[in-house]
Design a binder for this molecule. Sequence first.
Ligand code: FE2
Length: 387
Amino acid sequence: MEFHSPRILIVDDETVLRNLIKQYLEKFGYFCVTAPDVRRALIAINSDRFDLVITDIRMPEFDGTFLLKEIAQSHPDVAVIMMTAVDDTKQAVECLKLGAYDYILKPFEMEALRLSVERALERRNLLRERQLYRSQLEKKVHERTIELVRAFDEIERTYQQTLEALVSALDMRESSTAGHSKRAVEYTRILAREMGIRGNQLVQITRGALLHDVGKIGISDTILLKPAPLSEEEWKIMRQHPIMGYQMLRDIEFLRPSLDVVLYHHERYDGSGYPFGLKGEEIPIGARIFAVVDAFDAMTSKRLYREPMDFQEAVEVLKKQAGAQFDPKIVEVFLNIPLTRLKRIYQISLISYTTKEEPDYPHLIHQQKEGEEGRPNEEDLKERTGT
Ligand SMILES: [Fe+2]
């Protein structure tokens, strides 16, 4: 909505006519400026704001059509009315195609010109309001889209943290495999990337790696924590954990693409694995990748019944099992990853596991706030501890 007097630029090489138009329109509250040629009209329009330009077509040097094109390009929200002699109507119609709002034939009644001015300004204001509305709408849509993306990221992050908490509860139960899930995720991420996997597929496979043994929740402590080799009967139960994990998670839409790793991570390339005895590329790629890192981490980690294997020794086992237990192409890619990179992940996982009990407990934070400069004062400590 505009509250100022409409500003009009009148361009004509006939001094008498342009002054007559100015005087007439000013009587109706318009603010008018005149220019005798296109050059001066352009200076005026580039240095001041106008709502409407009334221009003659035929003028020496540059004509009105030239001015119209310039305005259409540099000031598209300025309305233009062309004035033309009767024998120029063809050109006037061309001007309409170029974006002029109207044309008026000379000689004309001033009242006819005023009506044309009124119509042009109304149309222009309507167009401007529509443009403004559209750009505000686009801005709002853009802002809402950003909000939605942020909210979605936040939900996804929270979801991921919840899954990590669940898995770390499992890891803690089976304390001999401390940090296994976290390492498996990192090794899987590296190997899958080296295999050229990116984007959503990478996220899904690493999420599958995180959750691979979630089905062990259904295995009793006597079997899971047995400090000796399992009996055949116990193995039968243990071999159910991929199916149990799959059944636990299959109704969660968000996790569905990650379940390949959960369900098939104990399948073997030669078909001797479980639970289905799938062979070669029947086993989904995520599960084939994970099988390599899972075995590597199992060999290089300390277990209840044995000491960890040296990294180089584990590499030799992988080589031997390529084509039998593992997809040989995936083993080849894995062997190209520098062992120092894997060792670093291993060491970090141990540090983060052993320092898990370091405080950021809420009650300690509370105590810290009570003392000066964030430290508990002596008396307060004595009172709390009774010393
Ligand atoms: Fe497993």
